[in-house]
Design a protein around this ligand. Structure first.
Ligand SMILES: *Cc1c(COP(=O)(O)O)cnc(C)c1O
Length: 470
């Protein structure tokens, strides 16, 4: 498998060559040249497989420059009952016949990002060790992504993580989750500022090309191709768990921010998985719902971004969306580049009246928006009706999913976080504490370790330099 850029300016590369990179060399995103195809007959071969075997079958098409025996070992080491708290890895819970919850949040940080990042940590370590390389991951977090990255990279050879977070501004649970890590390769830096200050500091350090090269600075953001590929697997797993034979179709309802989660579903559908609809759910930051309803893509400026009770979906633009539009414009790199030039100048694009609108209708993606009051109502309804607690992001998916339900087609809601991560809201709505899974009990009582620093990117560079010499 070779990878090309959405903007057309990169000579085809292998998986290893794009694994550690962020943007492609021309500013676009890496995409596989083709999608491997699964026929009905090959689906029946996959149906009975364990999660790890299924992951190997699917991912070995995309990762063909790591020896199969090594890749299999890395995947088996990642998707274990110990790390994800069940043999199924992503257990399916049936609410009523034809309505299911696919549990993606049983990993170490209790959110679905673990499913991709845990594999990424093992892939990074393997590739860096074989190349005798080093990587210093620099990131900013308001909670979820940072902890998933730290739990994926803790103890990994050749890798250090420098994670900036706003001092005193994360929830108690998130703070405990990150700051209680004691691995010597994890550096939590609490910044006396807000999340935007942390993000700006990362940008400033990243603009210093010579510093970046000297200290092997990298990121693990959501545009990493391996993360998207790893997420394709749970769509297959969910399909098999909710159906009895390979002539059935299902729909998925997907809570989306950066378009990573739903992109993986779209790719699964392109690979031959019988998906009827992908129901995309956004919160009040509904850039994507707007696009799928009108054909107009209008990213917001950061001051327009609303802080919501499903905070992991609070985005101004959807960083993976370019990959979907690449296919929509039939992989015409000139067209794609022209659209994104408009976006990067602070503008928008409009596909109304173009033939691309027909292709949009064929993509299987429909969309809707869920707001704060909808989340509260959904959490209450689901608890009353099924005795099941869901978090605010999953509630967004359920609300929009039910609006688009097709009679006779099983509907699978992707559960992306555990309610305990948003205990304050659950308490407010249901008047009781959400259960705390075994792997994080007592977390808040563990000693915490972090360095407090001012908003000063030069001081961060010194900090990194000092830690890299020891
Ligand atoms: C990141 C996240 C999402 C959105 O995923 P995208 O890949 O950005 O679409 C949804 N729910 C939770 C809990 C998340 O952490």
């Amino acid at each position: 498998m070779r990878y090309i850029s959405t903007r057309g300016g990169m000579t085809p590369r292998s998986f290893r060559e794009i694994l550690l990179e962020g943007l492609a060399t021309d500013g676009g995103l890496a995409m596989p040249q083709t999608y491997p195809q699964y026929s009905k007959a090959s689906l029946s071969r996959l149906r009975k497989m364990s999660y790890a075997d299924l992951a190997f079958d699917i991912l070995s098409h995309y990762i063909d420059d790591i020896a199969p025996t090594d890749l299999k070992k890395l995947i088996k080491k990642t998707y274990t009952a110990k790390v994800f708290c069940s043999e199924a890895i992503t257990p399916l819970k049936t609410l009523e016949p034809g309505l299911h919850l696919l549990g993606l949040s049983n990993g170490p940080t209790l959110a679905f990002k673990d499913l991709a990042l845990q594999l990424l940590g093992n892939l990074f370590e393997f590739v860096l060790t074989s190349q005798k390389g080093q990587l210093n991951i620099l990131g900013a977090t308001s909670g979820d992504t940072g902890s998933a990255a730290e739990y994926a990279m803790r103890g990994k050879r050749g890798i250090r993580v420098f994670m900036l977070s706003p001092h005193g501004k994360m929830s108690r649970f998130q703070t405990a989750q990150m700051y209680s890590l004691s691995d010597p390769n994890i550096f939590n830096i609490a910044i006396k500022g807000v999340f935007d200050d942390c993000q700006d500091m990362v940008k400033q350090v990243s603009h210093d090309e010579s510093f970046k090269r000297r200290f092997h600075i990298g990121t693990v953001n959501s545009i990493n191709w391996a993360r998207v590929a790893a997420q394709v697997v749970y769509y297959f797993k969910g399909y098999f768990a909710a159906t009895k034979n390979d002539s059935e179709v299902v729909s998925f309802a997907v809570p989306t921010g950066n378009f990573g989660n739903v992109l993986a579903g779209y790719i699964a559908r392109q690979m031959g998985l019988p998906i009827h609809q992908l129901i995309l759910a956004t919160n009040e930051n509904n850039v994507l719902d707007e696009f799928f309803k009108t054909g107009i893509y209008r990213p917001r400026v950061s001051s327009e971004v609303k802080q919501t009770s499903s905070p992991s979906m609070d985005i101004s633009k959807a960083s993976n969306f370019e990959r979907f539009v690449f296919d929509l414009v039939e992989r015409d790199t000139h067209k794609l580049s022209a659209l994104w030039q408009a976006v990067e100048r602070g503008g928008e694009f409009n596909l109304q009246g173009t033939p691309y609108m027909n292709r949009l209708a064929e993509s299987g993606i429909v969309s809707g928006t869920s707001q704060h009051a909808d989340r509260l109502k959904t959490i209450r309804d689901i608890y009353k009706k099924y005795d099941v607690m869901v978090d605010t992001h999953t509630a967004d998916a359920i609300k929009v999913g039910l609006e688009h339900r097709t009679p006779g087609v099983p509907l699978i809601f992707l559960e992306t976080a555990q309610p305990v991560k948003f205990a304050e809201i659950i308490q407010e709505v249901l008047g009781r504490e959400p259960p705390c899974p075994e792997n994080c009990r007592g977390l808040e009582r563990l000693p915490q370790r972090m360095d407090v620093m001012h908003v000063d990117s030069d001081a961060i560079k010194d900090y990194i330099e000092n830690r890299c010499q020891s």
